[in-house]
Design a protein around this ligand. Structure first.
Ligand code: GLA
Length: 696
């Protein structure tokens, strides 16, 4: 069902975020930190900046509910009325992320407890145990009160549940959590014997004879049972999701038709966002790339691709970004002139239909008083304010891109279960961390101008000529069968090292790694061969003879990880060229049915692209635009009417000339292009390209 909500100035639908005026622009507004006279200035300035959506009430619980039996909605009534009068739509928060002091003192056991048994104090935010009945009951009550009061308010465009689930507190080890964990385990495993089998409790005399004997994995003398830890990760994601679903159920019941979101935190280990996004009407994300990191935009692109992919390519919303510096890094570097605009456009380039910020007006008190805002402390004379106004105007020129979509040319498999299991302790190497394995693969694709979608292991892969799996440590046979069928039917799969190792209980697949991928990849792993920190192993790409393994220094180099593998039908495309494994296969290709499956037995870091070029070429997967200069990011959004929007973003410090295959119109300047576009340092162009049938 597509729900539509109209305010004076925009229509928000669950299917398409905006229709009029196009893209969403605004930020978190914390008016309770200010006297009401300031609000009047706020809405006036919002109009000047083109702000059309504000997030209100995120941390207002203590103000809305001064004690258990009284409510104070008057100020919020006046605020929403003010917003409506000034044509600003409201993303209304359920305000449940920061329980008030009176609630905490009445129910001290709702405060979270660490693995070491320390109960965390009141005085910050997100201080709640996900499994606390008292917290849940109070949160649901507040959500219901807000929903009943504001469901018909004309300013209401979107519900914003809670704030950044998983921020600060991702798990709690208190007795209430133990009870909830046991309930969850019973549901998952059925009986205690099933649990014993799943957890492999024959090891180290860990056998349980009743669920009551099980506790959360608190700090123990030595390594804790890995399957217990894996189930704990699953449970913690589910426990927070249960809270979210409880609030969502109230909103759906009381305020049907108003879309609901909660702000995700990019690629976050703690929460299985595939599962979470099923419960969102639209996906929204908070993103804080570090201006001090010259490659931060690559990571940002990766996160934005994930956000777009979570609901199959539907537009998403950048719910928070910093207009300039944040306040929570050890050193908080501001965004140099042009960077804010470029990074904002990047979110749109990767499928967002709006750009919002933390926050509208800079706070003068509290832990975030040095955090940048759309309206800085200095007021309208500040550089930051000028950028806010300028970008608001530019966003209005881009309105027509709302609702258009990107299509990935290849798919990247991402599985939270496998991520959690991969990073458990006591593995051959502690250096095999999912984000660090994924990043060089993604960076190689980004550098080559290849747009990718992320897909869950359960996804249908048919539309993709190429599927990349940088790591699939945990892999059940059903997923392996799906991958095998995809390749047999003509697909191309590239699989990274340390894959196909364990089943969903984190038990090793017997009979040699990579377990259920062995036939598909045509190889067997004899032994894992992690590479010590600070050293590398050369890899010769040409498949040189095993007896000439000398390295001349120009080969790709593996770091962190290598494997002693033997082929079982696969051909060898690259061999190790130094170290103990010299001469043994490093990269292989196996033909199966109509397709091919590649295996990278090592982690190639910055050299990953030199190997990925081979399957990319074989699959015919290329850049959105040929002859892309260095540092230029390119993406293409497709509108339903066949028009395309080409985003060209220059992340580098020198001017770049980008040759075009089709002339278009730059929506930012209104100018028609010739056969090329010149981008200033940190410059950008958003080109409208006519539909194919309209092209000369
Ligand atoms: C997060 C939170 C905000 C704020 C910002 C600061 O995104 O959701 O409330 O703390 O960080 O960067």
């Amino acid at each position: 069902m597509t729900a539509t909500v109209t305010t004076d100035r925009l229509t928000v639908t669950t299917d398409r975020l905006t229709r009029v005026p196009g893209l969403l622009y605004g930020g978190d507004w914390n008016p309770e930190q200010w006297p009401e006279q300031v609000w009047a200035e706020d809405v006036k300035l919002m109009a000047e900046a083109g702000v059309n959506l504000v997030t209100v009430g995120v941390f207002s619980w203590a103000r809305l509910q001064p004690d258990a039996d009284s409510w104070d909605f008057g100020w919020l009534d006046r605020l929403l009325d003010l917003c409506h009068r000034h044509g600003v739509a409201v993303d209304l928060a359920t305000a449940t992320a920061s329980p008030p002091a009176w609630l905490v003192r009445a129910h001290p056991d709702l405060l979270p407890v660490t693995a070491d048994g320390v109960r965390l104090e009141f005085g910050s935010r997100q201080h709640y145990c996900p499994s606390s009945p008292a917290y849940r009951e109070a949160a649901v009550r507040l959500t219901r009160a807000l929903a009943e009061r504001y469901r018909h308010h004309p300013a209401l465009a979107l519900w914003h549940i809670h704030n950044e689930y998983g921020d600060h507190v991702q798990e709690c080890f208190c007795p209430a959590s133990a009870v909830d964990f046991r309930r969850w385990l019973r549901e998952r495993h059925g009986g205690i014997e099933e649990l014993n089998r799943s957890w492999g409790t024959a090891f180290w005399s860990q056998r349980y004879t009743s669920f009551e004997q099980i506790e959360p994995p608190r700090t123990a003398p030595g390594p804790v049972n890995p399957t217990q830890l894996l189930d704990w990760r699953r449970f913690c994601s589910d426990a927070l999701l249960a809270l979210h679903r409880a609030e969502k159920a109230v909103l759906d019941e009381v305020s049907p038709g108003v879309p609901v979101t909660t702000n995700f935190m990019s690629m976050l280990k703690a929460l299985d966002y595939w599962e979470w996004s099923r419960h969102e009407d639209l996906v929204s994300d908070d993103a804080y790339p570090d201006p001090a990191d010259p490659r931060a935009h690559v990571n940002a692109a990766m996160n934005y691709d994930l956000m777009r992919s979570l609901k199959g390519g539907r537009p998403w919303l950048l719910m928070e970004q910093a207009p300039s510096a944040v306040s929570w890094r050890p050193v908080n570097v501001p965004k140099r002139p042009g960077l804010y605009r470029l990074w904002s456009l990047q979110a749109l380039a990767r499928g967002a239909d709006g750009v919002l910020h933390f926050q509208w007006r800079a706070s003068v008190a509290g832990a975030e008083k040095f955090h940048s805002a759309m309206l800085p402390h200095r007021g309208t004379a500040a550089r930051g304010w000028q950028e806010t106004v300028r970008f608001g105007a530019e966003l209005r020129r881009l309105g027509e891109i709302a609702g258009s979509r990107l299509r990935g040319r290849a798919a990247v498999l991402l599985d939270w279960d496998s991520w959690w299991a991969l990073e458990l302790d006591d593995h051959p190497s502690a250096r095999m961390r999912w984000p660090e394995l994924l990043r060089p693969w993604y960076a190689a694709l980004h550098e080559r101008g290849v747009t990718v979608d992320f897909v869950p292991p359960t996804a249908g892969l048919d539309g993709y000529p190429l599927v990349l799996a940088p790591n699939l440590y945990l892999l059940d046979t059903a997923t392996a069968d799906r991958l095998t069928a995809y390749v047999r039917d003509g697909g191309r799969l590239v699989c990274g090292p340390f894959s196909g190792i364990a089943d969903r209980h984190d038990h090793i697949h017997p009979g040699g790694h990579p377990g259920p991928l062995r036939e598909l990849l045509g190889i067997v792993v004899d032994e894992h061969w992690p590479i010590p920190d600070g050293t590398t192993t050369a890899v010769r790409l040409d498949g040189a003879a095993p007896d000439s393994p000398r390295s001349d220094g120009t080969e790709p180099h593996a770091e962190r990880w290598s494997e002693w593998i033997e082929t079982e039908g696969a051909e060898t495309l690259a061999r190790y060229a130094s170290g103990t494994l010299a001469g043994l296969p490093a990269v292989t290709r196996n033909r199966l049915g109509a397709g091919t499956a590649w295996y990278l037995s090592c982690h190639l870091g910055a050299d990953t692209g030199r190997v990925l070029d081979l399957p990319l070429a074989e699959a015919g997967v290329g850049a959105e635009l040929p002859d892309l200069p260095a540092d230029v990011e390119v993406t293409r959004r497709h509108a339903a009417d066949g028009r395309q929007y080409l985003f060209l973003l220059n992340h580098g410090g020198v001017e770049r000339r980008v040759p075009l295959d089709t002339p278009g119109t730059d929506l930012l300047t209104g100018a028609a292009t010739g056969d090329a576009v010149t981008l200033a340092p940190l410059g950008a162009a958003v080109l409208r390209l006519p539909a194919a049938e309209e092209r000369p």
